[in-house]
Write a protein that binds this ligand. Structure first.
Ligand code: HAM
Length: 417
């Protein structure tokens, strides 16, 4: 019997992990500069948490969740996104009482049973952030800037920021009625998917990928032109802040996110380096969600970004072998006694923070040198009877090929310098 990984899941193999670690380091660094603290929540939650927050009628909840009954007959779901869990933790641990503004970020696997294709997996990874406690558009913009900063720091230039305002409970109901009236006029000609959305979630009809739907709704009213004064001001200030921070963006009046919890700002970052699944990140404000989940009325805003998609864009750039985890020093040994010495020395150097590899397969010197090369070791020393007797050897720089004498008991100082 041969086991294989489940369709839509991927192993991250040792030669790929360097790029992941670089991305993770960049995320931690960027989040630190914006003063966000990491939060880690469980990979599964009560099913109703997601249904309540993301929305029963969304594709995620109605078609894509990994939901199962556990042995106590409780309905559980592997998290399809991070926001619901973060807010559940925020309410459960009364984080709002410790500080009026909670700024947290996360990195981790999410699960959605979608049809796998390039850039779309069933277990994928997101990094994301949530700021809970302030209605200020400064935080909406902070979210966009944080995501963009991660991309810029990784040398990704090909991203486009699109923003919209999806209104609030004051202005959205009247707009929805207006939109439904307009959509009814072309109802018969809409795709079956859009027809189903007309009554349930009419805003998403505007977001349809179907070309005919797009033509039919070309002149449909857009929510950004029907906002209440509060939402209008909020959206104007968010745009002013983007201008003041020299951030390039497009207003996209058709941008509607696939999750129901958004109010006011919604945004997406897309990359032209990706195919049809071009969304690198998405987010927005959710001022009603904390209350919806049983907390005190508290505004919030956040974003999440797909890490596999980010890595697909990165993979198009030539990344150096520096990204692979590589030993600084390879100690090649010629006989039994020197193998033992090499092992003990490696342990000593490692405890001083120096990355060292030795041969544990009893290989010939030639094979050990080949291995050192394959692993991109930066330096190699060869130890045999003579070197142990004299207490010195040659340190070979594998990039330049240069060799210089070094004392065996001062090897650590060479690498710590
Ligand atoms: P989302 O738009 O559903 O938002 O997902 C955010 C990002 O996750 C997407 O832009 C995409 O890069 C990535 N992603 C989503 N599904 C997949 C998949 N099946 N395979 C690979 N990557 C995928 C959210 O999840 C919200 N929680 C964002 C948010 C946080 N809003 C406020 N706070």
């Amino acid at each position: 019997m041969k086991f294989k990984s489940i369709k839509g899941t991927k192993d991250i193999l040792p030669f790929e992990v360097g790029a992941w670690q670089l991305v993770e380091r960049t995320i931690h660094d960027v989040m630190r500069t914006f003063n966000y603290k990491e939060i880690r929540t469980p990979a599964f939650e009560e099913t109703s948490l997601f249904a309540r927050s993301i929305g029963e009628l969304t594709d995620i909840v109605s078609k894509e969740m990994y939901t199962f009954k556990d042995r106590s007959d409780d309905s559980l779901t592997l998290r399809p996104e991070g926001t619901a869990s973060v807010l559940r933790a925020y309410i459960q641990h009364a984080l709002g009482e410790q500080s009026p503004l909670t700024k947290v970020y996360y990195i981790g696997p999410m699960f959605r049973q979608e049809r796998p294709q390039a850039g779309r997996l069933r277990q994928f990874h997101q990094f994301g952030a949530e700021a809970i406690g302030s209605p200020s558009p400064q935080l909406d913009v902070e979210m966009m800037l944080m995501a963009l900063e991660v991309y810029t720091n990784l040398g990704i230039e090909s991203s486009t920021l699109k923003i919209n305002s999806v209104g609030c409970q004051k202005c959205r109901p009247a707009y929805k009625e207006l939109l439904i009236r307009e959509l009814r006029k072309v109802y018969e000609k809409l795709s079956p998917e859009s027809q189903a959305r007309v009554l349930q979630n009419p805003l998403r009809v505007l977001d349809s990928k179907d070309e005919n739907d797009q033509k039919l709704t070309h002149n449909a009213p857009l929510i950004k032109d029907h906002l209440c004064s509060d939402c209008t001001e909020h959206f104007a200030e968010a745009r002013a802040l983007l201008d003041a921070t020299n951030t390039r963006y497009q207003v996209d009046g058709r941008l509607v996110r696939g999750l129901d919890y958004y109010t006011k700002t919604a945004f997406e970052i897309a990359s032209s380096a990706l195919g049809s699944q071009d969304a690198l990140a998405g987010g927005g404000r959710y001022d009603l969600l904390v209350e919806e989940l049983g907390g005190k009325p508290t505004p919030g805003v956040g974003f999440a970004a797909g890490m596999e998609r980010l890595l697909m864009v990165l993979a198009k750039r030539e990344l150096s072998t520096d990204l692979e985890v590589q030993p600084v020093l390879f100690i090649a040994a010629l006989n039994e006694q020197s193998r033992r010495w090499a092992f003990v020395k490696a342990c000593e150097l490692r405890s001083k923070g120096i990355s060292v590899e030795v041969d544990c397969l009893g290989r010939s010197l030639k094979a050990q040198m080949r291995e050192a090369n394959r692993q991109h070791a930066r330096f190699v020393v060869v130890i045999g009877e003579n070197e142990l007797a004299s207490g010195s050897t040659n340190l070979k720089n594998m990039q330049t090929g240069q060799e210089s004498p070094v004392k065996l008991d001062s090897l650590d100082s060479v690498f710590r310098a």
